[in-house]
Write a protein that binds this ligand. Structure first.
Ligand code: ZN
Length: 346
């Protein structure tokens, strides 16, 4: 369906509506009412107060392919406090960590100054130090979660909990050789303001390394009954075309765009767990019963049985996976972006 909303990225006025969700559907995506009815009601109310609309629409811009939520409003601290618990685990070995380390290692910079925005518990910055890419004192991390910040500071790396877009916030260094955002950009609104600040913080020939989910995998998941990419957690879905348009509008240059290699094992694990979780969002489903009502000791075994049954009894999906998913690539895409201004002078 045609939608006449304005693309937050290229400001074009025509988009196609992909799907829509009510605030209750949004809330139950993140927190099942069977787990905590009160918290679920609070979350639903909070999502409404953020969006000021009882529905959210997912639109795809016809000009730049950016898929964005309408209203285009990011989740705030209260939203994340409601949906995350302290036991959340941060992934330690993401593809983009190793790819970025390779890029930094092969660059002309020796002991580069590195800024990471959204550092989690510091998995990437720790790797930078352990692999002797640079020294602790040349790294700055930005992280909001108290748990993450304390882990990063405990390792001896400076960690700030600031809004980088706000120019009033002083940074330890005026310029950085690499600015990394891994799985961050898809959560944020005001992306032009953000990139304006990052450009000023980038040294001559410095690079932005930006990793976001592979939009082709998200699309496959959504069409085939796995989890939806629900706002206000993810509010923007990027693609190579989107990055190119975005860089053009901001006088930046994309020097490389890479997609994580496809792995059948990772794909099957991700896809069938996401299908299970999507079904479990319906409180009347057998999946919801297993996940939320069953004796805790029995949950893993019954989950595996249901996932295996789904795998065996979905021949159409199985065929689709065999014939089309390898082309989609892995779960992440990485863009290397540099300041056009400096490149022209060279
Ligand atoms: Zn657009």
């Amino acid at each position: 369906m045609r939608s006449f909303s304005t693309c937050p990225l290229c400001f074009c006025n025509t988009a196609t509506q992909i799907w829509k969700a009510s605030c209750s559907e949004q809330a139950s995506h993140f927190l099942n009412p069977l787990v905590n009815r009160d918290k679920y009601e609070k979350l639903k109310e909070h999502i409404y107060s953020l969006q000021k609309s009882s529905n959210v629409y997912i639109n795809k811009c016809e000009e730049c392919n950016f898929v964005y939520s309408f209203p285009y409003i990011a989740g705030d601290k209260k939203f994340y406090d409601l949906i995350f618990s302290n036991t959340n685990k941060y992934p330690q070995n993401r593809w983009e960590f190793f790819k970025s380390i390779e890029i930094i290692k092969n660059s002309k910079f020796r002991n580069p100054k590195i800024l990471e925005i959204g550092s989690g518990d510091g998995a990437f910055v720790r790797k930078l130090v352990n692999k002797r890419i640079t020294t602790k004192s040349l790294i700055t991390a930005i992280e909001y979660s108290k748990f993450g910040k304390s882990k990063i500071e405990g390792f001896g790396i400076k960690c700030l909990s600031i809004d980088i877009k706000d120019e009033q916030n002083k940074m330890p260094y005026n310029k950085y050789d690499f600015i990394c955002l891994f799985q961050v950009l898809e959560h944020l609104d005001n992306v032009h303001k953000l990139i304006g600040r990052l450009k000023k913080l980038l040294s001559k020939n410095g690079e932005l390394l930006i990793a976001v989910p592979n939009e082709k995998i998200i699309e496959f998941n959504e069409i085939n009954g796995a989890l939806l990419d629900m706002p206000p957690n993810h509010i923007g879905r990027w693609s190579k075309k989107t990055f190119i348009k975005f860089c053009g509008l901001n006088n930046l240059k994309i020097i490389e765009h890479k997609v994580e290699p496809f792995s059948l094992k990772n794909f099957l694990f991700m896809f069938f767990s996401y299908r299970f979780l999507r079904k479990a969002q319906n409180p009347k489903s057998i999946e919801a019963f297993i996940k939320y009502k069953l004796n805790k000791n029995l949950v893993p075994i019954f989950t595996i049985i249901l996932v295996m049954a789904d795998f065996l009894f979905s021949p159409k999906i199985f065929l689709k996976i065999i014939f089309s998913t390898a082309k989609l690539g892995g779960e992440t895409q990485l863009a290397r972006i540099t300041n056009e201004k400096y490149k022209i002078k060279k």
